[in-house]
Design a protein around this ligand. Sequence first.
Ligand SMILES: [Zn+2]
Length: 83
Amino acid sequence: MHYFTPKRCPETNKIMYHDKAQALRAADQSFVERGAELWVYRCEYCGTWHLTHRDPRASYAHVPLNQQIKPHSRKKGYKPRRR
Ligand SMILES: [Zn+2]
């Protein structure tokens, strides 16, 4: 017996869907089967489609773990220019 074994993205370890329709069908299936609402987005690393629990439209406010370290703008050294 041959079973469909989904390939996983090396970067995100998510299941790779080759087109949006396929990903949307899987998202729909998970909602029907488990009540889990999933969002579809295109992966910037592998170029295929992944499912995510997070609304990608709301994820812009979310800072990914690898981007949490941001250089702080230091106002301390700021001096107003004297004319
Ligand atoms: Zn990927």
